[in-house]
Design a protein around this ligand. Structure first.
Ligand code: URA
Length: 236
């Protein structure tokens, strides 16, 4: 929310007073004096007017998890363990997953309570590359490289996938980079060649690699630098 709106929503100030406080440079957001009425205030922001604290701001939380196969990318599931079950954190109901993986897919998963950050990561316009290690039942040939580069038609959605990069690693293994996150996308791309994916592991999202120190099922907080590498713009 814009800071002028945040201030005028406060019972103590009307719109004119809010504007004046900003002009008089009496407002601080996260310790910085703010005069721009458009400045972004979020639930994580600390907002002060003179020496009065208007909002303490809740801590933003960001984690990377090495998802093991055999758990569900959901906050709750009646049958199977979920990725949130793997987290030993308070207030887990506040957390959500930024970019799901299938039940048997392993690898990098991001979990946060910051909806603005996760939306930026997952929205199609951001076109963040997601890099997967893939093993298949049948041989992967050079034809796949061209087809994936040109796109694969998905009849159900009536769309063609965006150009994807395939690197062959062995007769039945490859590394695939895609910039979308369509339902079962990798499996369906290999499905075009009737080739079943038997192992799928997400190694990277954008610039962020899965930490090799994390065993399947382990997680850690992201560093401030890792959080910042996704650089969302101001919330609207
Ligand atoms: N594509 C898939 O088919 N499955 C995943 O879990 C991720 C991408």
């Amino acid at each position: 929310m814009r800071v002028d709106r945040f201030l005028s929503n406060h019972p103590q100030f009307n719109r004119q007073q809010a504007r004046l406080l900003l002009i008089e440079r009496r407002v601080r957001v996260d310790g910085q004096t703010v005069s721009d009425p458009h400045h972004d205030v979020r639930e994580f922001s600390r907002v002060e007017v003179d020496d009065q604290l208007l909002q303490a701001g809740k801590p933003a939380r960001y984690f990377m998890l090495h998802k093991p196969p055999g758990c569900v990318s959901a906050t709750q599931d009646p049958e199977h363990p979920t990725v949130l079950d793997l987290l030993d954190e308070a207030d887990k109901h506040d957390l959500h997953i930024a970019g799901r993986l299938d039940f048997n897919t392993s690898g990098l998963m991001l979990i946060t309570n910051d909806g603005h950050w996760s939306r930026h990561l997952t929205q199609p316009q951001t076109k963040l590359p997601k890099v997967y290690y893939v093993e298949t039942e049948q041989e992967i040939t050079d034809d796949y490289i061209t087809r994936f580069e040109q796109g694969v038609y998905f009849a159900y959605e009536d769309l063609t996938t965006l150009p994807a990069t395939l690197e062959l690693l062995g007769p039945r293994s490859a590394r695939l980079s895609i910039v979308e996150g369509r339902y079962h996308q990798v499996k369906r791309m290999f499905g075009y060649f009737d080739n079943k994916v038997v192992r799928l592991h997400r190694e990277r999202i954008g610039p962020l690699l899965l930490d090799s120190q994390l065993a399947p099922g382990e997680y850690r907080a992201l560093t401030a630098r890792e959080v910042a590498c996704f650089k969302p713009g101001p919330a609207v």
